[in-house]
Design a protein around this ligand. Structure first.
Ligand SMILES: NC(=O)c1ccc[n+]([C@@H]2O[C@H](COP(=O)([O-])OP(=O)(O)OC[C@H]3O[C@@H](n4cnc5c(N)ncnc54)[C@H](O)[C@@H]3O)[C@@H](O)[C@H]2O)c1
Ligand SMILES: [Zn+2]
Length: 344
C-alpha cells in the first residue's frame, strides 16, 4: 500500500487497472510548481485544485473551496482525489475526499520529509478549527501512498531538517539500531534518504497497525510532542515561530530529561540524545522555554489528556517507549530549565 520509488512509475502502476470517472489533484502554489510536473504526464485528463500553502489554510473554509471546485468540475464519488503536497494538503485533502458525497477514493503523494515519514501513514485526517489543531477529522486510509524521495530536492533545508525530527523520534521510541545509525550523521547532507524514509515508514506502520485508533501503544508516537506541541503553539504567536519538527526536537530533549528523572532512561542515554539534537538543531530560538505557565496551559489542551491530567509518552530506554505517564507542573518546570541550558 505504501510505495517508495519513482512517482511516475508507481502512479501509472496504481492507475493501470482503475477506471476512475475523473481525477482531481490538490496542490498549493509550491507543489504546483515543483511537484506537479513529475506526475502530470502520467495522469491524462485531470482537474488541478490549487489552494494556498500554510497551516492557517488547513480549515473548513478551504475544504468548502475544494468541494466547490470538485462540484463545479462535476466530479462524482467514482472519481479519485490525489493529495500532492505536505501534511497540510494530505490531512485536509484526505478529509475533503472522505466527506465528499459520503466518501471517494483518495491517494497521498507526500512531498515533504515530514509528510513522507509521518503524516501520510496512519490514516489520521483533519482540519484545524478555531484555534484548535486537527480538531475536526476522522480516521480513513488512502488507497495508496506514493513516496518519491526526489521531491525532497526542492524542499527548503529548514523543512527538511524539521521532518528529520520525526525520523529521530521513530528510532528513539522503537528501533535502537536505527537511532544508532542516525546518530552517526553529523549533517543531513550525508543521510541516505531513500533508506531512512523506508525504515522510518516501517516503524510508523508497525506501531499504527498494532493500535489503529490510538487506544494504547500508538501513543508512543507522541514522544516529544506533549511539550513540543505546546512550545510550537506558543511560538506561533511570537516573532520566531518554530516549525513543527523543530519544536518536537526541543520537546524530545525535555521529554528525554523526564524519561531519565521519572523513568529508567540512563544518564548516558539522556546525554547522547541531547548532544545529537543540539548538533543538528544548534540554532533554534529557545525563548518559549521561559514561559512555563503558558506552556503548561497549552499542554493541558492536548487531545491526548484524560480527566484533567497532563499525560505523556516517555522512553524507558533508547528504542523502547511507554505511554500515559502523568506529569505535574513541577516536572515540566524542571524539564524546561534543563532543556534551556542543554541546548543553549
Ligand atoms: N496525519 C498525521 O498523522 C500527521 C502527522 C504529522 C503531521 N501532520 C500534519 O502535517 C502538517 C505539517 O506538514 P508539513 O510539515 O509537510 O508542512 P506543509 O504541508 O505546510 O508543507 C511545508 C511547506 O513546504 C512546501 N512544500 C511541500 N512540498 C514541497 C516540495 N517538494 N518542494 C518545495 N516546497 C514544498 C509547502 O508548500 C509548504 O509551504 C501539519 O498540519 C500537521 O498537523 C499530520
Ligand atoms: Zn510530529
Amino acid at each position: 500500500m505504501i510505495m517508495i520509488g519513482e512517482v511516475s512509475t508507481s502512479l501509472s502502476d496504481y492507475l493501470a487497472d482503475k477506471s476512475y470517472s475523473s481525477i482531481g489533484v490538490i496542490v498549493d502554489e509550491k507543489t504546483r510548481r515543483y511537484c506537479l510536473p513529475l506526475i502530470e504526464q502520467t495522469l491524462g485528463d485531470h482537474h488541478v485544485i490549487e489552494i494556498m500553502s500554510g497551516e492557517e489554510n488547513k480549515s473548513l473554509e478551504t475544504c468548502q473551496y475544494i468541494w466547490t471546485k470538485m462540484a463545479n468540475a462535476k466530479m462524482d464519488r467514482h472519481g479519485l482525489l490525489i493529495n500532492l503536497g505536505g501534511g497540510v494538503i494530505g490531512d485536509m485533502g484526505g478529509f475533503a475526499a472522505s466527506c465528499y458525497m459520503r466518501g471517494m477514493d483518495f491517494i497521498q503523494i507526500p512531498t515533504t520529509l515530514l509528510s513522507q515519514v509521518d503524516a501520510s501513514v496512519g490514516g489520521k485526517l483533519a482540519v484545524d478549527f478555531q484555534s484548535y489543531k486537527n480538531f475536526i477529522g476522522l480516521f480513513c486510509n488512502p488507497k495508496t501512498v506514493l513516496i518519491d524521495p526526489k521531491f525532497l530536492d526542492t524542499l527548503p533545508p529548514r523543512e527538511l531538517r524539521s521532518g528529520y525530527a520525526e525520523i529521530i523520534k521513530h528510532g528513539l521510541i522503537h528501533a535502537k539500531p536505527i537511532w544508532d545509525r542516525l546518530s552517526t550523521f553529523t549533517e543531513l547532507a550525508t543521510v541516505d534518504w531513500p533508506v531512512e524514509i523506508a525504515d522510518s515508514v516501517e516503524i510508523k506502520k508497525e506501531v499504527v497497525s498494532s493500535d489503529p485508533k490510538e487506544q494504547g501503544l500508538r501513543k508512543i508516537l507522541n514522544f516529544g510532542h506533549t511539550i513540543g506541541h505546546a512550545l510550537e503553539s506558543f511560538s506561533l504567536g511570537s516573532e520566531e515561530p518554530l516549525l513543527h519538527g523543530e519544536a518536537i526536537a526541543i520537546g524530545m530533549v525535555a521529554e528525554a530529561y523526564l524519561s531519565h528523572t521519572l523513568l529508567s532512561l540512563s544518564e548516558i542515554s539522556l546525554n547522547t540524545i541531547t548532544q545529537y539534537i543540539k548538533q543538528i538543531y544548534h540554532d533554534l530560538p529557545l525563548s518559549s522555554l521561559d514561559h512555563l505557565d503558558e506552556v503548561f496551559v497549552l499542554m493541558g489542551a492536548d487531545k491526548k489528556n484524560k480527566g484533567g491530567e497532563v499525560r505523556t509518552s516517555l522512553l524507558k530506554e533508547i528504542g523502547e517507549a511507554t505511554f500515559d505517564i502523568t506529569l505535574q507542573k513541577e516536572d515540566v518546570e524542571r524539564a524546561l530549565a534543563f532543556t534551556k541550558v542543554a541546548l543553549s
